[in-house]
Design a binder for this molecule. Structure first.
Ligand code: PMP
Length: 392
């Protein structure tokens, strides 16, 4: 057991203690079979049940319609960047017999990395916008649709990609852009690595959802995918030869979505312990009242923390425009120089950890994912206030 942590690291992140306690038991002796869950065949009855349970619980939590399929793959979000580009360009080819560019809505470093990977793989792709150009050359703002929808309307895209929550820059799409979701010819592809299950969404709006596990839903190593079945069918229509002739990338077999789905996520050895931890997180969330209850808690946490920082706006700088502040990653800096180390040291003395900002942006970042309690956020908010009072 352990004292309840107040850990604000961006990922891998804190998980519910009860989940870890159950996982620890199951690692040694799963369902009293005399073997740990990491020691059984990924095709055994017990392992298959873990896969089925994880899918069923996720479907229940996210109200996933029958038009969509859930699967899991190894590798993190970065593997997703590559597999999305190669699978989705094939899907468009399978559907239309044509190639069209992928459109990327770049709002921070993760969507930028994903765009860069599409380019590296020679998947035709373009930025629909780069939010930096709207905001003093920095990330921290999402331009309103009126400022970029002309670049989408009437145009063909193999898919349009966005990152719902930019973990490094603390920028979150408040809702999905209507000019994309209303267009029946555009498949919306979204990276939900740092906000999956943090708020209610309408899965039917998405062609594909991808989310690395290590923030809201489990341990590093597995990535969750939710895909429209029609996209799977379209990918299956395309041969490797066709792709090769067009100079398009051929997806490595372990990341070829139709192959993975056909084999119920066990085409190759799925890390079943990691998936079980994910399922335990799903069960934990269901027992807490599901995503709706979690969303209410997350909104409360964000309000408490942003409230404390805004109260001392002469002392703290919040670089993100209030219209797109993340409810998961609260990014801030101190206006006074020379106090950063002291802030971290005093926080650590109160057992508030993981607050250092990403190396590329500096300052501080408090990640308040699902497993971070309201009490932890209240503790942090009161520290934020007292630190400002002491040093103003
Ligand atoms: N997307 C987002 C939004 C992320 O926050 C991260 C990692 N922090 C990634 C993708 C990349 O994930 P991984 O390190 O698992 O490849």
């Amino acid at each position: 057991t352990r004292e309840e942590p107040s850990h604000f690291g961006a990922g891998p992140a804190q998980l519910p203690t009860s989940v870890l306690q159950q996982a620890a038991k199951d690692l040694i002796n799963f369902n009293n079979i005399g073997l740990g869950i990491g020691e059984i065949s990924h095709r055994s009855k017990d392992a298959t049940k873990v896969i089925e349970d994880a899918k069923a619980h996720l479907k229940e939590l996210m109200h996933i319609p029958d038009t969509h399929e859930v699967f899991f793959m190894q590798g993190g979000g970065t593997t997703g960047f590559s597999s999305i580009a190669s699978n989705l360009i094939a899907a468009y080819l399978g559907k239309t017999g044509e190639v069209a560019p992928a459109g990327y809505l770049v709002t921070g470093s993760w969507s930028k990395k994903s765009f860069d990977e599409a380019q590296r793989l020679y998947v035709p792709s373009e930025k629909i916008f780069d939010a930096k150009t709207f905001y003093h050359g920095k990330y921290g703002y999402i331009p309103p649709e009126s400022q970029w929808e002309d670049k989408v309307k009437g145009k063909k895209f193999s898919y349009v990609y966005l990152c719902e929550n930019e973990t490094v820059h603390g920028v979150e799409w408040p809702r999905m852009p209507k000019c994309i979701t209303d267009d029946p010819n555009i498949e919306l592809v979204a990276d939900l690595s740092s906000d999956v299950l943090s708020r209610e969404i309408d899965v039917s709006q998405y062609g594909l959802i991808m989310a690395g596990a290590q923030k809201n839903i489990g341990l590093a190593g597995l990535t969750l995918y939710i895909i429209k079945k029609e996209i799977l069918d379209n990918i299956s229509k395309v041969s490797d030869e066709q792709l090769h002739k067009l100079g398009l990338p051929i997806t490595p077999i372990a990341f070829h979505y139709p192959t993975v789905v056909k084999n119920n996520s066990a085409y190759n050895t799925i890390p079943i312990f990691t998936l079980h931890v994910m399922d335990l997180v799903f069960q934990h969330l269901l027992s807490k009242g599901g995503v709706q209850a979690q969303q209410a808690e997350n909104e409360k946490k964000a309000k408490i923390l942003y409230g404390a920082l805004d109260e001392f706006s002469d002392f703290y700088n919040l670089p993100v425009d209030p219209s797109c502040r993340s409810s998961m990653n609260v990014v801030f800096t101190l206006k006074k120089e020379g106090l950063d180390d002291k802030f971290l040291q005093e926080a650590a003395a109160l057992k508030l950890t993981g607050l250092k900002g990403h190396r590329s942006v500096g300052g501080f970042r408090a990640s308040i994912y699902n497993a971070v309690s309201v009490e932890s956020v209240e503790k942090l908010a009161s520290f934020v206030k007292s630190f400002a009072q002491q040093h103003s």
